[in-house]
Every structure is written in structure tokens, then in C-alpha cells.
Design a protein around this ligand. Structure first.
Ligand SMILES: C[S@@+](CC[C@H](N)C(=O)[O-])C[C@H]1O[C@@H](n2cnc3c(N)ncnc32)[C@H](O)[C@@H]1O
Length: 195
């Protein structure tokens, strides 16, 4: 596992801020956020509370607030002191996440950095935090990764590892990283086919 100091200014500059080396660009940011918002709209989840856990530079929350202007509560968390100081997050690691549940929880490219000793707790905290849609982006051992362009630290667990635990927590796997909370009673998956 990388030490906390791994996620420093140089890290965010290389993988996010410098267009020549960044792993996400503006069209990807726009389209990914639009896709997740469209899913929430489609299943009629009104996002009154949004949380990004392991927010990094905070681009997801910024893009979200541009595209979804009526969300009153936007929370961002990270365990990196540099990320919190620079981008304004609360300094809370996912395995200690607390606070009111959110309608949309995003945890993007974070869980591979959580060591085995904390991973069950991290998933339990995400479960508690989410009352609607959980959007997870996780690089797994089943993925092909551009090793030159990417940060290759962390632990690449299997997709099955995460699927098993999210299912046990009661989440419904809707594909493409989208999971619905067992607390979301009004969502009936067959409506996706019936409409
Ligand atoms: C690859 S970056 C992803 C940032 C952002 N989610 C994105 O997709 O652009 C990983 C982020 O996870 C954060 N992180 C690592 N371990 C964490 C933990 N235990 N709790 C919360 N955040 C963590 C790092 O500080 C870093 O900002």
C-alpha cells in the first residue's frame, strides 16, 4: 500500500492537473458525471445529498455541481492531508466515514488503496453512507491497465471480491459501477425493462 505521503501535490499534478500526463480529461469528466446523473434521474432518485469519498482533486464534485445545480448538500472526503488542504475536503478516510446518508455516493479509484485490514470496514461505511445510488470505479485484477500512464500502487483485487461484498451488503448491481442501496425501496429493477 502507498504511504499517505504518496498522495501529495506532485501526485495530483502528474495524474490530474497536467494535461500531458493526466488520466482523466474534460470530455471524460463531463460524460462520466452526466452518465451517473442520468441514471439517478432515470430511476427517480432526487439527489439532495451528494458525497465523494476519496475525492482527490475534487473534479467529480465540481462537475456534478455544474451539471446538477439543485443539490443542497455536497460533501467531499479524502485521507490525504495535501488533497484536503488544496482542494477543500474533509480529512476522513473511507474506513472511518460518518455522517448523514447521501442519495448519491461516489467512490472513484479509491478502494484499491485500502489495505485488507480496512477493506471490510470501508465497504461497511460506504454502505451506511449511501441511501440511494453508489457509484464505484475500482481498478481490479480483471482490468487491463495502461501501466505507463497509471499509478500502479495499491492492491488489485478481483471484481468478484467486490461484487460478493456489495451483494452481501444488500446492494443491487446495475452494471457500469452503479449500485443501488437496499434502502432505496421504490426502485424496482423490472421498470428498466418495462419503460
Ligand atoms: C487515484 S486517486 C482518485 C481521486 C478521485 N476519486 C478521482 O477519481 O479522480 C485516489 C484518492 O484516494 C485517496 N485515498 C487513498 N486512501 C484513502 C482512504 N483510506 N480514505 C479516503 N481516501 C483515500 C487518495 O488520497 C487519493 O486522493
Amino acid at each position: 500500500m502507498p504511504p499517505d505521503s504518496h498522495f501529495n501535490a506532485a501526485y495530483y499534478a502528474r495524474f490530474y492537473e497536467n494535461p500531458a500526463t493526466a488520466v482523466v480529461d474534460a470530455p471524460l469528466r463531463r460524460d462520466e458525471v452526466r452518465f451517473v446523473i442520468a441514471f439517478c434521474r432515470y430511476i427517480e432518485v432526487e439527489v439532495r445529498r451528494f458525497a465523494d469519498v476519496g475525492a482527490g482533486t475534487g473534479w467529480w464534485a465540481r462537475e456534478f455541481s455544474r451539471q446538477y445545480r439543485r443539490c443542497p448538500v455536497i460533501e467531499t472526503f479524502d485521507s490525504s492531508r495535501d488533497a484536503c488542504d488544496t482542494y477543500g475536503h474533509r480529512n476522513v478516510p473511507v474506513q472511518k466515514l460518518t455522517g448523514a446518508a447521501s442519495d448519491l455516493v461516489v467512490c472513484r479509484d479509491v478502494l484499491r488503496y485500502i489495505p485488507d485490514v480496512h477493506i471490510e470496514q470501508a465497504i461497511a461505511r460506504l454502505t451506511k453512507k449511501c441511501r440511494g445510488v453508489l457509484y464505484l470505479h475500482i481498478i481490479t485484477s480483471d482490468d487491463k491497465v495502461d501501466e505507463k500512464a497509471s499509478d500502479m500502487t495499491g492492491v488489485f483485487r478481483s471484481t468478484a471480491f467486490y461484487r460478493r461484498r456489495l451483494k452481501a451488503a444488500g446492494f443491487r448491481d446495475c452494471g457500469m459501477g452503479l449500485f443501488t442501496s437496499p434502502r432505496l425501496k421504490k426502485f424496482a429493477p423490472f421498470t428498466l425493462e418495462a419503460r
